[in-house]
Design a protein around this ligand. Structure first.
Ligand SMILES: [Zn+2]
Length: 76
């Protein structure tokens, strides 16, 4: 799995790191809440340079500041 290192980075220090596809530093990540009661939602980590992304399914969103709109034109 190509984005595994990025996911580890996000878990450890809230940084998405280098894109595993093109090597760009222009990566980002965020979450969307589907069910406000349980705070369950989904997320993604993506690259703003090549638009490649990895979908994170079913996560509990704990940190408000990482809630953001996930771009629609990503390549999963
Ligand atoms: Zn990239």
């Amino acid at each position: 799995m190509k984005w595994l290192k990025n996911l580890e980075n996000i878990a450890k220090n809230h940084k998405s790191g280098l894109c595993p596809i093109c090597g760009s530093k222009e990566t980002d990540f965020g979450y969307s809440i589907i069910d406000p009661k349980s705070r369950m939602g989904y997320g993604a980590v993506w690259c703003n340079s090549c638009r490649h992304a990895f979908h994170i399914s079913r996560v509990e969103v704990k940190d408000e500041k990482h809630i953001k709109e996930i771009p629609h034109n990503l390549i999963y």
